[in-house]
Write a new protein. Structure first.
Ligand code: FNR
Length: 396
């Protein structure tokens, strides 16, 4: 008799499956560095809870025999409205690091955002042929900022993304408990280090401290203001993005300074613990910029429905963070490619089931938080009160 019992599926069918694969291969302290948030991880948890609370009203009889998720973000053509979020030190996860991620982004037809703290050089990442944007952490040393901008420009980056929510690094308790420090062979290769590349403070373990936080706090400028954004706007000809905006007044300010986009983000719950979920803050930001710049979102995107939820609330696209690192850890370039193709498949399926032939139709979906959920941001602006419906901008 042959056994008829179903075999466990080997191939991941959702991003959570890839997370489990990454958990199986990563040492605990590296997994904690990736997964952890700051403080009590309240904001980290809020990101998921708020996404789960959003319902979308599907349209029917919309002729969805073909569905197209292609579009553009900041003038960069995209196969879906997704870019890979900037994430530091990717060689911690896989020897190929950012090169594997960039190659997978290229295969998926989406942009890859290169972190200031990447562990491969801008030139090597550029050589993969991926469409790249450059994420800037503003250094105390302004000459270093100018050098980074020049190197990113030379590498053909298509946009500059200034991260505005790290005046200091959030207290990441997991890293502090683990005395987290980088291994010597994973340096921030694009930063000038007096006396050579490594070791820096980021490589020196210390009791009760995260060495990465110590390095960040020494290297990054905490005194940035909108005047610096104006300076940066004059300095670069590339589209400028301000990442880490939650308050609609800051979003308005960014648009007034000539930013081409803001990223509504709480840094994946890694910075100010107590900040609202990004998806909860999104509607008020969309309203504040009133079409004067694009609005992107990150923090907690874990599937195609989350992308659709973000579009329905007025985002033009999302950045995806940790799931990409899960794929990288589990399978290098192939693992990241798998994450992105799952996300693309889920998005197309969600669009089909919700009756959206294209991204314009997705923006017109009606979204509503479930009663009693996701009140932050919406309540304070008077845009929507809890349980009320929000009709997308181009509803038909
Ligand atoms: C980050 N993030 C980040 N952001 C940034 O602007 N520059 C950076 O170098 C990093 N580095 C980084 C490392 C790791 C391990 C993580 C998990 C995150 C934040 C990132 O760009 C993004 O805002 C969040 O990861 C989005 O949330 P999700 O998708 O991870 O929930």
């Amino acid at each position: 008799m042959t056994a008829l019992a179903p075999q466990p599926a080997e191939a991941p069918v959702c991003l959570a499956d890839v997370r489990r694969a990454a958990e199986a291969v990563l040492p605990r302290h590296v997994l904690d560095f990736v997964e952890g948030g700051s403080g009590a991880e309240t904001t980290l948890a809020a990101n998921r809870a708020a996404f789960d609370a959003v319902t979308l009203l599907p349209r029917v009889l919309a002729g969805v025999s073909t569905v197209d998720s292609a579009g553009a973000l900041l003038g960069t053509s995209t196969a879906m409205p997704v870019a890979i979020a900037p994430m530091a030190y990717q060689r911690l996860l896989h020897p190929d690091g950012e090169l594997a991620t960039a190659r997978a982004a290229k295969r998926a037809g989406i942009p890859f955002v290169i972190s200031t703290l990447s562990s491969c050089t801008f030139a090597d990442i550029a050589a993969t042929g991926a469409s790249t944007w450059f994420q800037l952490y503003w250094l105390r040393d302004r000459a270093g900022v100018i050098e980074l901008l020049g190197a990113a420009d030379e590498a053909g980056c298509l946009a500059v993304v200034l991260t505005a929510d790290v005046p200091v690094m959030g207290r990441r308790r997991r890293d502090m408990r683990n005395q987290f420090a980088l291994p010597p062979d994973v340096p921030a290769v694009n930063l000038r280090h007096p006396g050579g590349q490594a070791p820096t403070e980021a490589h020196r373990a210390a009791s009760g401290a995260s060495a990465v936080a110590t390095h960040t706090n020494l290297a990054f400028e905490p005194g940035l203001t909108w005047r610096d954004v104006e300076w940066l706007r004059r300095r670069t000809h590339l589209p400028l993005v301000i990442k880490g905006v939650l308050d609609p007044r800051d979003a308005r300010h960014a648009a007034d300074c000539g930013a081409n986009a803001v990223v509504v983000s709480n840094h994946g719950g890694r910075q100010f613990d107590g900040a609202p979920a990004s998806i909860a803050a999104l509607p008020a930001v969309v309203d504040a910029v009133s079409g004067d710049c694009e609005v992107l979102l990150d923090s907690g995107v874990r599937g195609g429905t989350d992308v659709l939820r973000s579009l329905a609330f007025g985002a033009s696209g999302v950045l995806v963070g940790r799931p990409v690192l899960w794929g990288l850890a589990a399978g290098g370039e192939q693992g990241v490619a798998q994450v992105l193709s799952l996300l693309q498949a889920e998005l197309l399926e969600a669009m089909t089931l919700a009756g959206c032939r294209d991204l314009a139709a997705a923006a017109g979906l009606t979204a509503a938080p479930r009663a009693g959920q996701m009140s932050t941001g919406q309540m304070s602006t008077g845009q929507m009160s809890t349980g009320q419906m929000s009709t997308g901008r181009s509803a038909s």
